[in-house]
Design a protein around this ligand. Structure first.
Ligand code: ATP
Length: 249
């Protein structure tokens, strides 16, 4: 293991990196020799059937699961050996964003920033919420009663204010209507423009093809194929759907 927490495994500037990572639960291997590398300002969508190992991959980067072989880094930090250091560099937006229900959107962001040791003015938080697409009328409303899309906007505003290099997303568009999905993808593109590297796990091939720079297909804990966006059409969604539709969507 490297003694320099900031040293990437390969020396490339990568925000999320797994090299030949093997991981599982109770002696059962789920991820086999997983190689993933996400650069600053890149959106990577990981697709796969139920049980393919998508959430386990996120857990590796979050330090909840330690690899039994191989290496994992978050902005150069090893999440198994230095979980606090690794988490300082990332934001995680789970499928259902957990917020303090009795606090307003603005209070949630202020409180969660405070927990991360960051103080911001009310005005700065308001600007981030507005930039995250949350209607100003909702900034000072309690989040109990917020829709999934509104909660995600609060989480995105928080991630943007923390200026983390890496963002992990679990099924961000499941349960969102098409308009909210488009809006959400616009927010991700904004974070990408700020240089954030984003790993999202999803079943939503269409939405992934709209926003991702690369799509990886995980099957039985093995990365079967990676496809990069190219040209005006970005991805041949019909061909990908034919190849992976039965398992990835
Ligand atoms: P889904 O799309 O259903 O969320 P996934 O691709 O995210 O699936 P994982 O949740 O990573 O898949 O699960 C991969 C495998 O690991 C599954 O067989 C699952 O049963 C198993 N697994 C997940 N979490 C645990 C755990 N905490 N203990 C034991 N086995 C687990």
């Amino acid at each position: 293991m490297t003694t320099d927490p900031q040293a990437a495994i390969t020396g490339e500037p990568l925000v999320l990196e797994a090299r030949a990572a093997v991981a599982g639960y109770g002696g059962k291997t789920i991820l086999h020799q997983l190689d993933l590398a996400i650069r600053p300002g890149e959106i990577y969508a990981l697709l796969g059937a139920n049980g393919a190992g998508k959430t386990t991959t996120l857990s590796l980067f979050l330090g909840f699961v330690a690899p039994s072989a191989g290496q994992v880094r978050v902005n150069g930090a090893d999440p198994a050996a230095q979980p606090a250091e690794a988490r300082r560099h990332l934001a995680y937006i789970p499928e259902n964003v957990a917020l303090y229900e009795h606090l307003t959107a603005r209070e949630n962001v202020a409180y969660l920033l405070d927990l991360a040791g960051q103080r911001e003015s009310n005005a700065a938080i308001g600007a981030a919420l507005a930039n995250g697409g949350l209607d100003p009328a909702a900034h000072d409303r309690r989040v109990a009663g917020f829709s999934k899309g509104m909660r995600q906007k609060v989480a995105i505003a928080l991630a943007a204010m923390r200026r983390v290099p890496a963002l992990l997303l679990d099924e961000p568009t499941s349960g969102l209507d098409p308009q909210a999905t488009v809006e959400f993808n616009r927010l991700l593109a904004q974070l990408r423009a700020q240089g954030t590297g984003i790993l999202m796990v999803t079943h939503d091939l269409l939405s992934a093809a709209d926003v991702a720079d690369r799509i990886g297909f995980l099957d039985g804990g093995r990365l079967r194929e990676e496809v990069a966006a190219s040209g005006a059409e970005r991805f041949d969604v019909r061909a990908l759907h034919r190849r992976y539709g039965g398992q990835a969507t």
